[in-house]
Design a protein. Structure first.
Length: 160
């Protein structure tokens, strides 16, 4: 079945994290760290592959603690595969990812950009914005933004 993109759908969430951008950037590219902070509340993650360089691949399995029938790959899992597209040290990580799903409403590539912006000085914190472009229609905007906020909260807890 052909993959369909939804180029007009973008979800974006920001949060100030009381950590310097270098610490946050390192957490974005460390597979052990990512397994810790990436899964939103109610999920856990297993890193299957992780090559943190431009062009490098990654694969992550996100598992719901309580199967509730909303997984994209199976009733209780989302399998995500992608690649790192752009890395700007202490400023930006851009990834292109796709869910493994037989449901065409979840198919297609989504671009995720993690932008790090110093607020005055590194000691006053970093504004972290996660921007998801071409979000598949099957992903509820409200649920997606709630999950992104939970992930940013986890990232803050990991890096502060």
């Amino acid at each position: 079945m052909p993959r369909k993109a939804y180029p007009n759908r973008t979800d974006s969430v920001s949060r100030t994290i009381q950590a310097p951008p270098g610490r946050i950037y390192r957490a974005l590219l460390d597979p052990v760290a990512v397994a810790s902070w990436l899964p939103p509340q109610g999920m856990d993650a297993r890193i299957v592959a992780f090559e943190p360089w431009e062009g490098g691949a990654y694969a992550v399995t996100l598992r719901y603690h309580d199967a509730h029938g909303s997984g994209k790959t199976s009733a209780d899992e989302d399998v995500v595969r992608g690649r790192f597209v752009r890395l700007v040290v202490d400023e930006e990580v851009v990834q292109v990812m796709r869910f493994e799903s037989d449901d065409p409403t979840f198919a297609g590539e989504m671009t995720i950009t993690w932008a790090l912006e110093v607020l005055d000085t590194p000691e006053t914190g970093t504004k972290v914005t996660v921007n998801c472009a071409s979000v598949p229609a099957g992903i509820s905007k409200v649920d997606h933004e709630t999950g992104l906020r939970s992930t940013l909260d986890n990232l803050a807890g990991f890096t502060e």
